[in-house]
Design a protein around this ligand. Sequence first.
Ligand code: NAP
Length: 488
Amino acid sequence: MISSFLADGAASLVSVAGRGESSMQNLTTTAMAIVAAILFILALKWLSAPSTARRGNLAGEIGMTVAILGALLGYHILRYEWIIVGFTIGAMIGAPMAIWMSMTAVPQRTALSHACGALAAALVGTAHYYLYFQPGAAVPQRITMAILCIEVILGALTFTGSLMAFGKLQDLLPARPTLYRGQNVLNFLILGAALATGVLLTLHPTMRVLFPILLGLATLFGVLLILPIGGADMPTVIALLNSYAGLSASMMGFVLNNRLLIIAGALDGASGLILSIIMCRAMNRSFANVLFGAFGQVQASAASAEKKSVRRTTAEEAAQVMEAAASVIIIPGYGMAVAQAQHKVRDLYDQLTNRGVDVKFAIHPVAGRMPGHMNVLLAEAEIPYDRLIEMDEINADFPQCDVALVIGANDVVNPAARHDKSSPIYGMPIINADRAKTVMAIKRSMNPGFAGIENELYTADNCLMLFGDAKTVVAGVAKELAEAAKSN
Ligand code: NAP
């Protein structure tokens, strides 16, 4: 999602700059724009693998700095003080967000960033429109007006949509889907009205009264779009909003004739769309199901899991079983993130590998609540990247695996996805933990995960439950192994 920060940043910058390039300035700006664009593309490429992600971050940061300097050089700046005020306010909001918001809060942090970028795009579009009414200003061409309308619609709906997503993820708003009769029809009517207003404005740009109506309808649509979507679906929606914010910034680039904005916005738009497609595929759900499916309502069957018998075990017994194993595959999930257990998982990994146990991590593409959630946490605990194996590559290894250790994962290891056609997760590719010789699952209770359904894995004959907070339980198992090592 770094591209969104790039596009958002560029959007904010252009919003305070005037125009008027000389040919020398133009050359310098073009050269800097090309360097920045190349760095943005490299950043996205490097960010796609954990081993190069830090380099990708750095490339993005340098690219953004080059883009800012290029814009400052290339534009005739009217008021520097407003740029300084803008930077100061932005830094005062951005720095605390980066420093104090925890890893588990990254989805809502991203939503806030999109809200800011989209607001900048909508405001620039609005300011640009009203500039046409200055004395002596030419009436905008239809094509410019059409692009400006798209920019403002996307910017405004992404602004309110992202704020709603932030509110749901931060528990400021009810996370459950809010539903009412005729909801989808009303939403489509409002979107249709916004688009129709945009067409009218394109045909009659001087009808000023239409512009606030366009803004109002798009802003309202952003709120209504998010209402029926459950809090846990927000990461997918945020990736989609990321895409809208990028497209809005790209449109702004066309309106302002700024090449870098066009490129950064297009990269942002495309990467957000690709990310949301990957997430939908990994959940075996369509865009329509995410946007209109009201996923996340509590399922009636969820509570019945308590009644089925489960086999419990203790940290001591778990340590003994793992000590005797030749191979252990750890499957992390959202619960590991909630418990912040990654460093204790690293201790456990060290204890086991020191004894010659082959330890690997099976990574499901949508484990946790954001793309790459598990990779980020395990990288933070400095678990070697080559031990993190993608689901498709590791699934064939389970029948030969002695212990599958499930740490706070639920839906991504639920065998119902393979055979239960009535299950909401039917068809979702899962990690085949149930096919290991022994399964151990760490969680606090028999409560369901994100999909709100019970998991037959926990009542399977080869499954032992380790109830408790993931951090405490994993620490307990690692301690048992360490003590056993001392006494040997
Ligand atoms: P999950 O199905 O949500 O299950 C997480 C489990 O962790 C829960 O059953 C919970 O059980 C346990 N847990 C919570 N806190 C814990 C703690 N402190 N210690 C131990 N256990 C704890 O998680 P998942 O298997 O990772 O699956 C992710 C789900 O999110 C999928 O359905 C996916 O489609 C969805 N999703 C993912 C993304 C993404 O980008 N990754 C985006 C949108 C949706 P207890 O309460 O009993 O402890």
